[in-house]
Ligand binder design. Structure first.
Ligand SMILES: Cc1cc2nc3c(=O)[nH]c(=O)nc-3n(C[C@H](O)[C@H](O)[C@H](O)COP(=O)(O)OP(=O)(O)OC[C@H]3O[C@@H](n4cnc5c(N)ncnc54)[C@H](O)[C@@H]3O)c2cc1C
Length: 464
């Protein structure tokens, strides 16, 4: 099919200026799906991708699988793609979500999403990305209104009053009423149009590999939350699962560099033995994790979709501010009007959370600015452990006022601020899709947060 596609339907290098209704720069999963949908709706479409389909459908190109929700499966059905995907689609019957630690294992409680609770259909399907691309390309080859150009890199889009002209590095130029950029995260056309993005890195890496196992997974997707991030085993066809192991970015290269036996051992340590012996097959991939959102999705004769846009437009609404306060066993510190001189703190043990904790990062900056150099630092792995140690008088800590409101009210802990320094504060925002009214669960969440905030304000009054 792909040969047929590249021989008969691809624009040849010598062809200059063809006119379409829509051109789509980027023929990944999103661009090609959109191209097919527009063509099937009766528009003349060109999809241009910088990489050859032979490359992007090879087993070595992309180890990822995609969880296709019910609506995505229905979209593929409508586009005539599903029947090509079905043999390679693994139904997701159940989802188990748990948390724990590598050495101690999983906590006794977990969330269970059972497909039988919502009817007989699976919760979704897992399909290897390469199979999704193959199915899309195969369907595109049979779609007369769709022209696929690959490999061909779009260099620029030049809009005028009637159309926009794409210049492609294969010496061809194509005009269309509208151009859609579906170029993934790094987008030439988005940048050229001056559409800015906002985002940040998560300091986490997604390690991806395929794992073969002794016992069947029964269509159960496992999400196991570890301190470094979620460790997911997603069911694939046969006795195979897709591993998506989120690890601290600093630690990931060492895991990726392990020999096969040691890597298998690390996977088994985290996952446990309920699928029997597990063995990674094929290559390991890694993806740095980050968030990015385009500030606007449109420019003259240009629209962004997929990872180029990244999400619907999001607005941030200030929800409440949180104060980070010092806590100590009552009577441990000498306070004046709820304040303690920073230099007196250096004699105490500082109880801290892991350095990735955002509360800890805010507190660390403030303590550095105040010149506090504690005698000892103890890292504990939960806020509960920190509060308990502080209650026992083992040290002092800086925590969110919301986290200690009840203990302060019960007189088990005292809060304090740093004398001569500003309050340590941070703001919480709620991120919501622009122009969408809040859902019942969002309203419930806001009400709960506001209720907790009131409790904390009460506690704040006792600080001084
Ligand atoms: C570990 C991991 C797991 C994930 N799991 C899921 C999941 O389960 N479900 C889910 O929905 N999503 C998942 N995602 C996200 C999903 O993979 C991406 O959102 C999706 O691949 C984005 O598709 P896209 O077509 O927008 O971009 P891409 O897949 O990046 O495709 C962009 C295409 O544009 C081409 N291109 C770029 N620039 C040009 C140019 N100038 N000219 C021509 N062509 C160009 C590229 O060659 C490429 O083929 C996961 C991501 C990661 C990292």
């Amino acid at each position: 099919m792909l040969e047929n596609l590249s021989e008969s339907r691809a624009v040849q290098k010598t062809e200059i200026t063809e006119t379409f209704d829509v051109t789509v720069s980027g023929g990944g999963m999103v661009g090609m799906t959109l191209g097919l949908a527009l063509a099937k709706a009766g528009l003349d479409v060109a999809v241009i991708d910088a990489q050859s389909p032979d490359l992007t459908t090879a087993p070595t190109f992309d180890g990822r699988v995609s969880a296709l929700a019910y609506s995505s499966c229905r979209l593929f059905e409508q586009l005539g793609v599903w029947h090509r995907l079905a043999p390679n689609a693994q139904p997701i019957n159940d989802i188990l979500v748990s948390d724990g630690r590598v050495r101690r294992g999983a906590a006794p409680f977990f969330l269970h999403f059972d497909h039988r609770e919502i009817g007989n259909a699976p919760l979704g399907h897992l399909v290897e990305n390469r199979h999704i691309r193959s199915a899309l390309f195969a369907e595109a080859a049979s779609e007369a209104r769709l022209t696929f150009v690959a490999p061909g890199r779009v260099l620029r889009a030049t809009p005028d009053a009637q159309r926009t002209t794409l210049t492609v590095d294969t010496d061809c130029a194509m005009a269309a009423t509208l151009c859609v950029a579906a170029e993934g995260r790094v987008s030439t056309l988005r940048d050229q149009a001056g559409l800015k993005t906002i985002g940040w890195r998560y300091a986490q890496t997604g390690i991806v590999a395929t794992v073969a196992h002794e016992r069947p997974h029964d269509g159960i997707a496992q999400e196991y939350f570890l301190p470094s991030g979620p460790f997911a085993m997603l069911p694939m066809t046969g006795n195979r699962s897709s591993l998506v192991w989120t690890e601290r970015a600093a630690a990931a290269p060492a895991f990726l560099a392990l020999d096969d036996a040691s890597f298998d051992h690390e996977v088994a340590r985290r996952f446990g033995g309920f699928l029997g012996v597990t063995k990674v097959t094929g290559p390991r991939w890694s993806y740095p994790l980050s968030l990015h959102l385009a500030r606007s999705y449109i420019a003259p004769r240009l629209a962004l979709v997929g990872d180029t846009a990244a999400d619907e437009r999001i607005e941030l609404e200030a929800l409440l501010s949180d104060e980070i306060v010092g806590i100590a066993k009552p009577g441990l510190l000498r306070k004046t009007k709820g304040k303690v001189k920073p230099e007196t703190l250096s004699a105490h043990t500082l109880l801290v959370r892991e350095s990735r904790s955002s509360t800890q990062q805010v507190a660390d900056r403030a303590l550095r600015a105040a010149g506090v150099e504690p005698a000892r630092v103890w890292e504990l792995d939960s806020s509960e452990a920190i509060k308990r140690a502080a209650r026992e008088g083992l040290g002092i800590a800086f925590v969110s006022l919301y986290a200690v409101a009840e203990e302060v009210e019960r007189g088990e802990l005292e809060c304090f601020r740093l004398a001569g320094h500003p309050r340590i504060e941070r703001r919480f925002h709620i991120a919501r899709l622009v122009r969408r009214s809040p859902s019942p669960s969002e309203r419930g969440f806001m009400a709960t947060v506001t209720r907790c905030a009131k409790g904390a304000h009460h506690a704040a009054a006792s600080v001084g």
